[in-house]
Design a binder for this molecule. Structure first.
Ligand code: ADQ
Length: 480
């Protein structure tokens, strides 16, 4: 399936995870289901149209199944042993690179055996991509788990066109310099023809580093290396606006939003946080600001309630276990100090939700709190805006998110400063409804104009790939 006469797909996506989840049918049979998410729905039409493939890990340790097809995509699993998961994924990717690229919000750990596993697994991904791709194909590699893949792939397959997109921030030069084997990592990325970042600053950091570390001479948005030109630019990622809008327009979702409000205490104003439980998201700082506002008497349990949804994430890593304990202790403290019988000041949900329930929460909220200490983009902020067809609701947004560059009509705050978070929350709660509507209108225009299809099309155009995801998606809808 999806094979070309030349021997393979002409478009290959390479990412740590395959875009599928294994689910059990009613009769206990296991099968693969496409996972939800903007990235997958934006890329699927391109993958289909270009008879493409997706290379990635299934999420389970052990032997990988043979390649298979789901929704018109050829999926090529890459095997990871339990030790690979431990060292490459939880170690080097999530306990070294992740904290270092997020401005050392937590201290990175450096281990030689993690680096070795990272290199070995990156080579496995590069090999799988090299085996899949047709002659002169395009390969699009994603994210910090696979920084070495572009150069490894180029060595194996000099004929292919290679794009790379980094979903997280790229650190300033002086932080990147702390990484062991920093040259190899940088050279890994320079194997690509186009290196995409969430923001302009990240692209600049990267280009500056090529000068400092490798003596190259970057100019404007590009740098010459080994007689090739590498373009480094910002491509701010976005969301599937149409999908969120569809949920928001659904009467059942709107009814659920009203029900949530009633259950949370009728006329109380609803503050909402939705995050993966990650130390970069600033959940502790947000809770602290909320507790202080209650303690100061600026807000009270009679008129405000906070719902904090925290998706379980990376639970085997010590820093994440400790974060969970601290967050849950703080929630307990707030409830203990400021709660009344039958009326809690904070509802904490350590759970994953379906899209409809998430959109119902966005619709129910008066103030959305997005307060990361550092975040590549932050899709939750954009989803909230896309959901608010009623042009109501306020967004309190950290300046340290990529989203802040586009959503500057939000109540922008310094998430490292508790006083400033408090100021932002109070301004949002006390804002004039007309002001809120004007802000929301501007933000909605921005999010609608630059949705996930725009993002994918923009990147692929710069990479020199024909075919526009938006048009492909429309054509698919028309014929299906
Ligand atoms: P993340 O760090 O995972 O992404 P984010 O951009 O906010 O952060 O995306 C989270 C996604 O998970 C959103 O689509 C959200 O709706 C969903 N989600 C969150 N909590 C949920 C819950 N309880 N139940 C169900 N779904 C939930 C990384 C980078 C970001 C960057 C994205 C995309 O860290 O900076 O924006 O990739 O590039």
């Amino acid at each position: 399936m999806g094979e070309d006469a030349g021997g393979g797909p002409e478009f290959v996506v390479v990412a740590n995870r395959l875009p599928v989840d294994e689910v059990a049918d009613g009769d206990g049979q296991r099968r693969w289901e496409r996972s939800p998410g903007g990235l997958v729905s934006a890329l699927q039409p391109v993958v289909r149209q270009m008879r493409g493939a997706w290379v990635g890990w299934t999420g389970s340790a052990g032997d990988a199944p043979e390649p298979f097809d789901v929704d018109g995509m050829r999926l090529r699993p890459v095997p990871l042993s339990a030790e690979d998961v431990d060292r490459y994924y939880e170690g080097q990717s999530n306990a070294t690179i992740w904290p270092l690229f997020h401005d050392l919000v937590e201290q990175p750990t450096h281990r030689r055996e993690w680096r070795q596993a990272y290199e070995a697994v990156n080579r496995r991904f590069a090999q799988a991509a090299a085996e899949e791709a047709a002659p002169d194909a395009t390969v699009w590699v994603h994210d910090y788990q696979l920084l070495l893949v572009p150069a490894m792939l180029r060595e194996l397959r000099p004929d292919v066109r290679i794009g790379f997109f980094l979903h997280i921030p790229f650190p300033p030069v002086e932080l990147f310099m702390q990484l062991p084997r920093r040259r190899e990592l940088l050279k890994g990325l320079l194997g690509a023809d186009v290196v995409g970042f969430q923001g302009a600053l990240a692209a600049q950091n990267f280009l500056r580093l090529t000068g400092q570390l490798l003596g190259l001479e970057p100019k404007d948005d590009r740098v010459e290396v080994d007689g090739r030109t590498v373009v480094a630019r910002a491509f701010p990622i976005s969301i599937d606006v149409a999908e969120v809008d569809q949920f928001a327009a659904d009467p059942a979702v709107q009814q659920r939003a009203r029900q949530l409000r009633t259950e949370l205490g009728g006329d109380r104003r609803l503050l909402l946080g939705v995050d993966r439980l990650d130390y970069t998201k600033g959940i502790e700082q947000r809770l602290e600001a909320y507790r202080e506002l209650l303690a100061d008497g600026e807000i009270s349990n009679d008129d405000v309630v906070l719902v904090q949804v925290a998706t379980p994430s990376r639970q085997r890593i010590a820093q994440y276990q400790q974060l969970r304990e601290r967050v849950e202790r703080e929630v307990g403290r707030i409830t203990g100090e400021f709660g009344d019988v039958g009326r809690a000041p904070v509802h904490y949900l350590f759970q994953s939700f379906g899209r409809a329930e998430l959109v119902a929460l966005y619709l129910a909220a008066d103030v959305m709190l997005v307060t990361p200490l550092r975040d590549g983009m932050n899709l939750v902020a954009k989803e909230f805006v896309a959901a608010r067809r009623d042009e109501q609701g306020a967004l309190v947004l950290s300046e340290f998110t990529g989203a802040a560059a586009e959503l500057d009509d939000a109540f922008l705050i310094n998430a490292h400063d508790t006083d400033d978070i408090k100021r932002g929350i109070l301004e949002a709660l006390r804002a004039d409804p007309q002001d809120l509507a004007a802000r929301m209108r501007h933000m909605r225009e921005q999010v609608r104009a630059y949705d996930i299809d725009y993002w994918a099309r923009d990147f692929l155009e710069v990479l020199g790939v024909p075919g526009a995801p938006g048009e492909a998606r429309q054509a698919e809808t028309a014929t299906s």
